[in-house]
Design a protein around this ligand. Structure first.
Ligand code: GN1
Ligand code: MG
Length: 354
């Protein structure tokens, strides 16, 4: 792949073909590379067009959001660095090589550092504050300018239907091995009623929609917050899901695919730090209903990603990249375990939101 990139992709971005190309990060959908040329560094991505069926809309969205954040930064209203699309030599936001991929580039931030597991409250609070600051800066952005690149992305009813369909087809004969998790997931549909009770009261805002801990970059020199990255799923939605995805990815002491399930649990001190950091930035923006919805957002996101991993396992791993057999099943088991820990600790955790 590296030779192909050097010869066929880099010239479009004006980078010499003897640049160094190495894989970067651990996203589950797109292929991401760090390109180091003699005079320039950049992040290069091949967009998965099975998942993002309108990749031009994706790069246009990212461009508009980056532009808004840059303007805010100029007025000292946004304090993080901004990742922006890099134009091709033809002044385009991407290169479409048809069967050979849809490629886009973004500026690389020197001295940046990402983590996969939160180490302490300071990290959790700083990252939650950064995601809150990001949403705060976008709160006056016209949401109608942004296309829905994945319609009904955080849509629990639709995700449950997809699981039911995967179960009905059982195309890879994997149901027997995961029947217990299917049964568990399908007993949790009380969340649908909780959702429909509040959803109509929630404003639609531009959300990040993938607030994983590794989508916030720290400055490795002092571990201060540097940037929010991965703007691919920025779309209209409800902020409770951004809160929920932080809870999902910050609170557990284990990575999302760890099989050490006895250690998968919600750390209360980290949950409290997320609440403090996030609300310190957004308290003047959030409506009363949004504030009330945050706990539900945490439950829905943990359950829903478990449902999505389980669905993909049943479908034969066609959506999320996997690194070994049963990887999606392991991820699902991990996330359902985390969800159970949330439920078991509801009373004490919710206090941190009041
Ligand atoms: C995917 O590829 P990545 O890591 O940015 C997924 C998210 C999931 C996440 C689980 C477009 O994000 O929704 O929460 O994996 N992105 C898409 O780690 O489905
Ligand atoms: Mg993402």
């Amino acid at each position: 792949m590296s030779d192909f990139i050097k010869q066929q992709v880099l010239p479009h971005f004006g980078i010499e073909i003897d640049a160094k190309v190495s894989p970067l990060g651990n996203g589950h959908i797109n292929d991401t590379y760090l390109v180091r040329g003699e005079h320039a560094e950049m992040v290069l991505q091949r967009i998965n067009t099975e998942v993002f069926k309108t990749p031009n809309a994706l790069v246009n969205n990212a461009q508009k959001i980056a532009q808004h954040l840059r303007q805010k930064r100029q007025c000292a209203e946004y304090h993080l660095k901004v990742v922006s699309p890099l134009m091709t030599q033809d002044h385009q936001l991407a290169v479409d090589l048809a069967d050979n991929g849809f490629w886009r580039a973004i500026n690389y931030l020197p001295n940046s550092h990402s983590i996969d597991v939160v180490g302490d409250e300071q990290q959790a609070q700083a990252a939650a504050k950064a995601f809150g600051h990001f949403s705060q800066a976008l709160s006056d952005f016209d949401a109608e300018q942004i296309d829905d690149v994945i319609p009904q992305f955080h849509h629990l009813p639709g995700r449950i239907t997809q699981l039911e369909q995967a179960v009905a087809h059982n195309s890879k004969q994997r149901l027997a091995d995961c029947q217990q998790w299917v049964d568990f997931a399908l007993t949790q549909q009380g969340l649908l009623k909780e959702l429909s009770d509040i959803e109509s009261q929630l404003p639609k805002r531009i959300c990040h929609n993938d607030t994983k801990i590794n989508n916030m970059l720290f400055d490795k020199r002092d571990m201060s917050s540097m940037a929010i990255i991965d703007l691919d799923t920025c779309m209209k939605g409800h902020l409770m899901y951004d809160f929920g995805d932080m809870v999902r990815t910050f609170c557990s002491p284990e990575e999302e695919d760890s099989t050490n399930l006895s250690n998968v649990q919600v750390r209360e001190n980290i949950f409290a730090a997320i609440c403090q950091g996030y609300l310190s930035e957004l308290s003047s923006v959030l409506t009363e209903a949004e504030r009330k919805s945050l706990w539900l957002g945490a439950k829905i996101i943990c359950l829903m990603i478990g449902v999505r991993f389980l669905t993909d396992h049943l479908n034969g791993d066609v959506y999320f990249n996997i690194h070994h057999e049963n990887h999606n099943l392991e991820r699902a088991a991990n996330q359902f375990t985390l969800y159970k820990s949330l439920l078991a600790n509801e009373a004490k955790l919710k206090k941190h939101l009041s």
